[in-house]
Design a protein around this ligand. Sequence first.
Ligand code: LIP
Length: 276
Amino acid sequence: MSNAAVSAAPDALADLAETIAREAAALAVQRRAEGVEVADRKSSIADVVTAADREVEELIRRRIGEARPDDAFFGEESGAATGTSGLTWVVDPIDGTVNYLYGSPVYAVSIGVVRGVPDPSMWEPVAGVVIAPATGQVYRAVAGGVATLDGRPLSVSAPESLAETLVATGFGYTAERRWEQAAVLAGLVTEVRDVRRAGAAALDCCAVGAGTVDAYYERGINPWDMAAGSIVAAAAGADVRTWEVGDTRSFLFAAPSIVEDLATLVRTLEDDVLGS
Ligand code: LIP
């Protein structure tokens, strides 16, 4: 019977996630400096994975296994492994892979811990750490606790109307999904302050928590993209709304002052575009 080297207390899990994420971030920076190339493509020619994505996830998975061998794992590149502890580590080794490939600093190591299966509609959030390797910024939170950036508490914004709301979003990797998302955006862009598209869901979620955007929504993001960032955003006071249109789930993380109005607007636009 294997014994965990680290307790299941949320703060201990957050400490472990941060220690591992810092080591993973250093590896990602090193590989970026050495030169990054496409190792494979997934859902489309634009949906790339680099050798660094795979190597960084292998490192994260190995470190988690050393410290908490009975936990389950769910990673973007190496898939799922079951466990017996009830905890699952939900990992995106390099979120913002296209930015990473191009040398943009907007990418993140995202390590989330949840209780239950790695399904955002079913899991119980426990702890999350998101590190931006290029800037060294460390976001972390435990569910129900305080969200921090480099140790400083975070708090969401409070825009008074959609017209004063700065909205982040993202686009998928297939032309069909991107067309749908662009059509929704066309209906939204005149109703809000402005739109940002950074390219890393984990950092977009943390930006809501930090108040550097007022909201982030995206249709079709994966559990690993948003597991850790959603825990940071919620701990910072963000409200979360999620819904399905057709066979795809959308997520909205937003300041409470505008979450209902923005959720109604995005859902209505998605229903109109998708004809549901
Ligand atoms: C990315 C997300 C981003 C989304 C991209 C992609 P990846 O994750 O963080 O929000 O718009 O299409 O899914 O592929 O870089 O891990």
